[in-house]
Design a protein around this ligand. Structure first.
Ligand code: TRP
Length: 87
């Protein structure tokens, strides 16, 4: 059986199945929502975090979170670069 490493614990190459990457969301307005979607067959919202202007959330993809939706005016910083939700 395939040995998968779905935990957020690093393996020998210091990565896991989620990539271990952090991303940063900086709210440019009050009431920005950062919504975590579940990993696996069932894709649903499992957590909504509300950020006010200037607030920053630093997060990772995890065993429980495979996708994130951002609603509102924000900067999203990832290893791919910075995305402005308004542009
Ligand atoms: N309990 C969640 C998890 O471990 C916390 C979390 C991690 C989260 N990354 C997120 C919530 C991104 C919302 C968005 O998966």
């Amino acid at each position: 059986m395939e040995q998968s490493n779905k935990s957020n614990q690093p393996n020998q190459s210091n990565t896991n199945s989620n990539g271990n990457e952090y991303f940063v969301i900086k709210a440019k307005d009050n009431g920005v929502h950062v919504i975590g979607l579940t990993r696996g067959q069932d894709t649903r919202f499992h957590h909504t975090e509300k950020l006010d202007k200037g607030e920053v959330m630093i997060a990772q993809f995890t065993e429980h979170t495979s996708a994130v939706k951002v609603r509102g005016k924000a900067l999203i910083m990832t290893k791919f670069g910075t995305i402005d939700t308004e542009e």
